[in-house]
Design a protein around this ligand. Structure first.
Ligand code: NAD
Ligand code: SER
Length: 314
């Protein structure tokens, strides 16, 4: 059997930093090359600077480390994307092309994270189906929807074993989120644990699909390990764990911090959130490769507060 040798792009980000650790625990620290456009803290294994738009450097690293799998996380998220649309399109789309091309040339396995951002206001917002109307209204969503289709194209025409999930908003304590509309659900825990009030940029009744980081990592590894014949969707799988509003997460946090107060000042991210689903139908992921989440709002809140207290409160 060929030895697994992985390159993670965007490894310094919210998901990349945790996923890189998980992959190193599974495959060994030297089997996983962390890369990012900026320096990061990866003392536990190899790290190289890589701008994903630099196809030559990508190719050089793939050869140097004999890479046979790529987890391509580098991207610009929804909030930043709306501020810098051309840059977001360039990095999200041309970065993916560079990865798809090298995956085709070297017969590599590839993970591409898509997002609930592919859906738009014409999509059914409750239990959004796997196959539905996809007319995204953010540059982020447009780039992810195009990315999903390019992934399927490379699978169909060049036999690239590309696998993908549409992550909901990811919530974690380990690393800060990077410019997304769902980031409020991370920031709110930080404020509560530090004894501060929180001003939320979404309305109190805005329901969005979310997922605890442990479940996101579990889903990613499970999909990548599934036998190829079980992976029937080669655009991207719907994936769900929980959905809640700012008012509901606040009420859950107040069970630990009764004096915690949240005020609401919606900004341009409200419009983005209003175009996204409230709940997701992910039965296809369950049927095809056995997906089941472990975390709901209650046990996620308990874990977030326990871990953030240990990190932030001296
Ligand atoms: P993040 O913003 O925290 O991290 C992205 C990383 O990419 C950063 O470390 C950044 O330095 C790096 N990067 C940016 N431009 C680059 C370039 N040109 N070359 C190389 N690296 C570059 O994002 P994240 O939350 O960790 O998301 C990872 C992936 O998962 C993204 O593709 C994102 O779209 C997807 N996703 C995330 C969420 C979420 O809630 N976090 C939800 C759905 C999908
Ligand atoms: N969490 C991401 C964002 O808000 C969704 O992909 O941009």
């Amino acid at each position: 059997m060929t030895k697994v040798s992985i390159l993670v792009s965007g490894a310094n980000g919210q998901i990349g930093s945790v996923l890189t650790k998980a992959l190193r625990e599974k495959y060994g620290k030297d089997a996983v090359l962390a890369t990012d456009i900026r320096m990061g803290n990866h003392d536990d294994g190899p790290f190289e600077l890589l701008d994903i738009l630099d196809a030559k450097q990508l190719s050089r690293l793939v050869r140097k480390y004999k890479i046979n799998q790529i987890y391509h996380l580098a991207a610009i998220l929804s909030e930043t994307g709306e501020k810098h649309p051309r840059m977001a399109w360039d990095i999200n789309t041309n970065g993916l092309f560079n990865v798809l091309e090298i995956a085709k040339e070297r017969h590599m396995k590839l993970f591409f994270p898509s997002s609930i951002g592919v859906f738009g206001s014409h999509t059914p917002r409750v239990l959004t189906p796997q196959e539905t109307i996809i007319h995204p209204e953010t540059v982020y969503g447009i780039s992810k929807a195009a990315g999903e289709n390019w992934c399927q194209y490379y699978y169909l025409h060049y036999d690239v074993d590309v696998r993908s999930v549409r992550y909901p908003g990811i919530i974690s304590y380990q690393s800060p989120p990077g410019g997304g509309t769902t980031d409020y659900a991370v920031d709110i825990y930080h404020k509560a644990v530090q004894g501060e009030d929180y001003e939320c940029f979404l309305q109190e009744d805005t329901m969005l699909p979310m997922m605890y980081m442990d479940d996101a990592i579990k889903a990613t590894l499970q999909l990548m390990e599934a036998p190829a014949e079980k992976v029937k969707i080669r655009t991207s799988y719907n994936l769900a764990a929980m959905s809640f509003t700012p008012a509901e997460i606040t009420a859950e946090i107040q069970k630990y911090y009764p004096d915690f107060r949240v005020t609401y000042k919606p900004d341009f991210r409200q419009e983005i959130a209003d175009s996204w689903p409230q709940t997701i139908d992910d039965h296809q992921a369950t049927d095809d490769w056995g997906w089941h989440p472990d975390y709901d709002l209650k046990n996620m809140t308990s874990e977030m507060i326990r871990n953030l207290k240990a990190m932030l409160v001296k």
